[in-house]
Ligand binder design. Sequence first.
Ligand code: ARG
Length: 465
Amino acid sequence: MSDTGSGNKMWGGRFSSGPDAIMEAINASIDFDAKLYAQDIAGSKAHAQMLASQEIISASDAEAILHGLDTILSEIEAGSFKFSAGLEDIHMNIEARLGELIGPAAGRLHTARSRNDQVALDFKLWVKSAAQEAATLLEKLMQVFLNKAEKHAGDVMPGFTHLQTAQPVTFGHHCLAYVEMFARDRSRFIDAIERMDECPLGAAALAGTGFAIDRDMTANELGFREPTRNSLDSVSDRDFALEFLAATAICATHLSRLAEEIVIWSTPQFNFVVLSDKFSTGSSIMPQKRNPDAAELVRAKTGRINGALLALLTVMKGLPLTYSKDMQEDKEPVFDAAQNIELAILAMTGMVADMKVNTGEMAKAADAGFSIATDLADWLVRETGIPFREAHHITGRAVALAEQKNCGLEELSLEDLKSVSDRIDTSVFDVLSVEKSVASRTSFGGTAPKNVAEQVKYWRKRLKQ
Ligand code: ARG
């Protein structure tokens, strides 16, 4: 292993030799933090403007800096910018290029600033916009579910517990369950944005600065509510990234449950939904297959997203204040999780919007498995005053009898029903159907078609606000 023979031009003043090649390889972050170029340039421009307005640098130096930064931005966007691992990270790559473009004035940009507050700023800006993007995409997914809920407000399906048929529900109600989940996910991203809305720029290395900077000006220019209040915390804090990852992990977990349901529903055995050609794949050997690959991948992405949260929690755990180079490891998990949650939400939005719902198959399945047994027990309680526990027992005997006769509860004769309880009369047939069952469940939050229609209206209004 040999060293590179040249010191780092940004901080190499006291070094007589450059870093070992392995040192450079482990130290450099440019391969992944180049993603922060736009945030870095925006931060530097705000800083330079503030330095000039506080008369810490001259107006003409500031102008040269701003002009140079704009040139760099277009070079990066055009793909002509040469990134160098020797310059470690995005901050020093940009500053070095600025020196080439405008000469010594470039050296004034880093007055009253450090890479510690610079990276905290860049990363926070990036995470803020990723959280906003996730929230926006979730809103679109909610809209898709609201459309489905409205269309299928009255269509019955079996509701499950333990993946065993439990009670009939409406498919609209099932769709609205996901609206609730994604609404909470969305609000978690928005809450996180609220807390991260403090600008760390100006904390400098860790202790603040003796220069008369105006932190309100930079915070305002960069779209933050206010500057952070403690310089030590400003350069140490990565809560904002952790919160983003936590919100992402919970959201991914919800998406994985939906993905699993779609996988189950689209089997020929269930046949509740048919995914569109756009969201299915074929098999190279079995021509009959339509595989729900996108759903499976959404389900699987939860693994790496949960992993990202655990990775960053573990990096941050036990770190003394303030900045440690450990914190450079904050970015890759966040970039990966952000990219994959966006992909997962978009894939689900497309899949659900395009899928065909087999209401006939759902209704057939809702009828099977004695799903209306609870309705019989409830009838006994309501109409005869028998305590629920006893009614449960009587209904159990009716189910056993129907099983023996290989028919549904509603197909038992009055005589059969009377054999399990002589309190039963012909009016019991008024409640023994899946449609009547769901229509009766009008308690707030219940599955009745009427409730579904009301909830769709509620969410449409709330999303407009
Ligand atoms: N590349 C570094 C990171 O991502 C920038 C901050 C470096 N600060 C330092 N004191 N070495 O964390």
